[in-house]
Ligand binder design. Structure first.
Ligand code: SF4
Length: 234
């Protein structure tokens, strides 16, 4: 289940260049305008019968059309943390390209992390991985994973894998999408196997290179095509 407390974004790194969400939302709201959505309070909202709209026991993934740590949301985020704190019965999955804003974005009672927050740091290239992941690993977070997306080149994650539970990999989506090479995906998979970490090949992206051939993949087939490769584990 997704929760989009705010929406709108601005490019922050190499992987944002052809961002699917940045495009459509920039058209709808004006470029770089970050706005609260009408689902802002969704985790604590109740229906007419007085029941919580989101039943307990679910995983709630946030901010797919924005970034949880975007500066424009600094004030709203305090309320968002509050809602996350109240819903200990939900598992919140937060994915970010702005991990370097993490420490200044925390609630006062964060301590060594909330049990119900699983934080994912996105990396797209080796340079970005070497900048973000040492920061990511140095922060107080109870549950961490790495999301290679969009994967733009071969990345060596081996020195960082000890500190995370899981790695996901995906290619870039869109008309201008850059190629995702299956060899790079397999390479990360092997690193995860060696380190004993779980691995999920989430999507191929729109331009997927395998055995020297670049395939144009329809957005609706990118997940199933990755699944058909049969290389995810854990
Ligand atoms: S941070 Fe995420 S949502 Fe924002 S522009 Fe970059 S890829 Fe898009």
């Amino acid at each position: 289940m997704n929760w989009e407390p705010w929406t709108g974004c601005s490019p922050y790194s190499e992987g944002c260049k052809y961002c699917y969400y940045y495009g459509p939302y920039s058209k709808r709201y004006g470029q770089n305008v970050v706005v609260k959505t009408d689902k802002f309070d969704w985790p604590i909202r109740k229906n007419a019968r007085g029941e919580l709209c989101i039943k307990g026991g679910k995983t709630v993934a946030t901010c797919f059309a924005t970034d949880f740590f975007i500066p424009e949301a600094d004030e709203w985020r305090k309320e968002a943390w509050d809602m996350i704190r109240q819903r200990q019965d939900l598992d919140f999955l937060i994915l970010t390209k702005r991990i370097d804003r993490f420490m200044e974005s925390l609630p006062e009672d964060w301590g060594d992390g909330f049990d119900n927050v699983n934080l994912g740091c996105t990396v797209e290239t080796q340079e970005i991985a070497d900048y973000r992941l040492p920061l990511f690993l140095s922060y107080p977070i109870k549950r961490r994973f790495i999301a290679c997306g969009p994967l733009l080149e071969r990345i060596d994650l081996s020195q960082y894998l000890h500190g995370v539970d899981h790695v996901t990999v995906g290619g870039e989506t869109g008309r201008e999408a850059r190629v995702c090479d299956y060899e790079w995906v397999l390479d990360i998979r092997e690193q995860c196997q060696r380190a004993g970490k779980t691995f999920w090949f989430k999507e191929t992206g729109s331009r997927f290179k395998r055995d020297g051939v670049v395939y144009k993949v329809n957005p609706y087939k990118q997940h199933s095509m990755a699944k058909e490769c049969g290389i995810s584990f854990g």
